[in-house]
Write a protein that binds this ligand. Structure first.
Ligand code: SAH
Length: 382
């Protein structure tokens, strides 16, 4: 992995972007240049609060220092290629990465903003990889296979670039932070890019960085057992969501090949370890797919798993993906499934999704615009 060969600041040598740096790392670089430590704080303020895109904008730094920083670090930005709006003000971004690959983010206000009134919670759904290796049968992201991991700055930049875009809108307010919550549910499997993701989340969480509380950050995984156990030992209180989608091994395996490697008998104890380590509730995501996992054979075992884990079930009607055969069940069947869960004492909600009209399910925009094959990425698989 690229991170094994580190430069003097402990930064992966292939990724020299300033948004991949922590404050102590920047301070140690500046110390070798005999610069005072407060310069590092000033730089972080420019990067993470003012979201500048060039060193020359950092007007309270001496010009030679700006030049030196520019020689040492990059400041590469994501370009929005398509910004889709939706009736409920959900926004979907398709980002062009520095190497020409494409990933997506979705901006979701909790309560649709009314005239002149800001929404109280704004969630950004971010991507962690270009493509995905896990091949879940319902998901658009895995259709073209896995291309590469995102670097930390490419994860951090999704937040900064979405906020930059928002600040440029005529109706934008003056708040320094737009995004209050993060869900790591975009393209890719977050826990398969563990080290880079954790670095990015720590930067987004830090006081000197994004200042997004760890409890407002939720990671979603297809169920990578060793990494769930590892995450349970980290100091941060990140939320965890499990893409379950099947409550017995045969059904889950049909939907998610990863279940062969990590069957329910391993996944559920790993979830228990996470809950014990964090004292946090986890969420079970369950896409309802007509005739596949929405029948009376799945509701009772799903309710049992949720009760065992004291987890909340999030039922999501399947979003059609071009090239995939499945359909969502009729609303009455969705309601019956929900009722069966509740009858067995499980906590569940049926999502009336935001963004259904803008291809907001994972990987759908990239798929629909055909941009996933636009350029050959040059990233280093690890
Ligand atoms: N790899 C991670 C994150 C990406 S998928 C994981 O598996 O959790 C995250 C979520 O996106 C899924 O659990 C599901 O809730 C949603 N999703 C993806 N494709 C979808 C589709 N076609 N219809 C509805 N929801 C979908």
């Amino acid at each position: 992995m690229a991170g094994r060969s580190a430069n003097e600041a402990g930064v992966p040598s292939r990724d020299r972007d300033a948004r991949s740096l922590t404050l102590p790392e920047l301070q140690s670089t500046l110390a070798t240049w005999s610069e005072p430590p407060f310069r590092a704080t000033q730089i972080m303020e420019w990067l993470h609060r003012r979201r500048v895109t060039g060193w020359e904008a950092m007007t309270n730094l001496p010009r030679p220092l700006r030049q030196r920083l520019a020689n040492r670090f990059t400041l590469r930005c994501l370009e929005p290629r398509v910004v889709q709006g939706s009736a409920d003000t959900t926004r979907k971004f398709l980002w062009r990465l520095p190497d020409g690959a494409f990933v997506e983010s979705v901006l979701i206000p909790a309560n649709p903003a009314l005239y002149g009134e800001a929404s109280d919670r704004v969630t950004l759904c971010v991507s962690t990889q270009v493509g995905c290796a896990y091949g879940c049968r319902f998901c658009a992201s895995g259709l073209g296979g896995w291309k590469r991991n995102l670097e930390p700055f490419e994860i951090v930049e999704q937040v900064l670039a979405a906020e930059r875009w928002h600040a440029a809108q005529p109706a934008a307010g003056t708040a320094t932070r737009l995004v209050t919550n993060l869900v790591i549910m975009g393209m890719g499997e977050p826990l398969a890019n563990y080290d880079r993701l954790l670095r990015a989340l720590r930067i987004l969480n830090a006081d000197w960085g994004g200042r997004i509380g760890a409890r407002r950050i939720t990671l979603s995984t297809c169920g990578l057992v060793p990494q769930i156990r590892r995450l349970a030992t980290e100091p941060e209180q990140f939320g965890l969501a499990i893409s379950l989608h099947g409550a017995t091994d045969p059904v889950r395996e049909r939907i998610m090949p990863v279940n062969r490697k990590y069957p329910l008998a391993q996944l559920i104890p790993a979830c228990e370890a996470y809950i014990a380590g964090k004292g946090r509730i986890i969420t079970l995501e369950y896409i309802l797919i007509a005739g596949v996992n929405d029948g009376p054979d799945q509701a009772p075992p799903l309710a049992d798993i949720a009760r065992r884990l004291r987890a909340k079930i999030n039922l999501i009607p399947y979003n059609r993906v071009d090239g995939l055969p499945w359909e969502r069940p009729e609303p009455a069947r969705q309601e019956r499934f929900l009722a069966a869960l509740e009858q067995r004492g499980a906590r569940a909600t049926l999502r009336r999704e935001k963004g259904h009209d803008i291809d907001a399910a994972c990987g759908q925009l990239r798929l629909r615009t055909g941009l996933e094959t636009a350029d050959e990425p040059s990233g280093n698989p690890s």
